[in-house]
Ligand binder design. Structure first.
Ligand code: C5P
Length: 227
């Protein structure tokens, strides 16, 4: 079997990571969550006081960038990769709504994208990888053998994210989550550098009316046909 690169892009909370994890497991591939990398940089900037609701000291972040280390480590219990910020496991902290509310501003900075895209290219150099994000099929791996573009209605996506956050014990309202999903999609698709777009050769998957199982069957079929 030849090893391929599978690029999964799409709007926020469309279930990209769920599918990506299932696929990686079924194929014995590595899964890389690039959103976690942007979230970890965002957490760094928030802790330093470089960004909040009312201000963003972009130059300070840019100056610090070369020193910021983003890595992944496998959690032996789950077998899944978790993100490390300067050696500290921040997998839980990066999933809060507070981080979600700032991340798209950080992800619009070209210097941040350049650093992370370089690292993502390295991770894919041996192929056998499933990577999800916003610019994987368009910028990170324009030659990926299989590209998927996931969509669902904003309402379906916000409901999914709301339940996830509630389960983790976060005190959030559905309205706050819906606003975050809509705002992020807007910033992500209108930014200058690497805006969220469906690659011309990507397969569109609208999962508003698909069960997880049906969706996975369909996508695994596509992957097997490509390999
Ligand atoms: O995938 P996730 O929702 O965790 O991504 C968080 C944010 O990171 C996105 O809303 C987007 O602003 C940014 N992102 C990006 N490019 C990627 C992955 C994520 O700009 N490849």
């Amino acid at each position: 079997d030849k090893k391929i690169i599978i690029a999964i892009d799409g709007y926020s909370s469309t279930g990209k990571s769920t599918v990506a994890k299932q696929l990686a497991k079924a194929l014995g591939y590595i899964y890389v969550d690039t959103g976690a990398m942007y979230r970890a940089i965002t957490l760094y900037a928030m802790r330093k006081g470089y960004i909040d609701e009312s201000q963003f000291e972009q130059e300070k972040l840019e100056k610090a960038l070369p020193e910021i280390q983003i890595k992944f480590e496998i959690n032996p219990k789950s077998g899944l990769a978790e993100v490390l910020l300067d050696g500290e496991n921040v997998e839980r902290e990066i999933r809060t709504l507070a981080v979600s509310n700032q991340v798209s501003k950080i992800a619009a900075v070209s210097a941040v994208r350049k650093k992370l895209v370089e690292q993502q290219n390295q991770m894919g150099k041996d192929k056998g990888i499933v990577m999800d994000g916003r610019d994987i099929g368009t910028v990170v791996f324009p030659n990926a053998e299989l590209k998927l573009f996931m969509t669902a209605t904003a309402k379906d996506r916000a409901e999914r994210r709301f339940l996830e956050l509630k389960e983790r014990g976060e005190d959030v309202t559905y309205e706050d989550v819906l606003k975050n999903v809509v705002d992020r999609d807007h910033i992500d698709s209108t930014r200058k550098d690497s805006p969220l777009r469906q690659a011309s050769d990507a397969v569109k998957i609208d999962n508003s009316n698909l069960t997880l199982e049906d969706q996975f069957k369909q996508i695994l079929g596509l992957a097997k046909a490509t390999i």
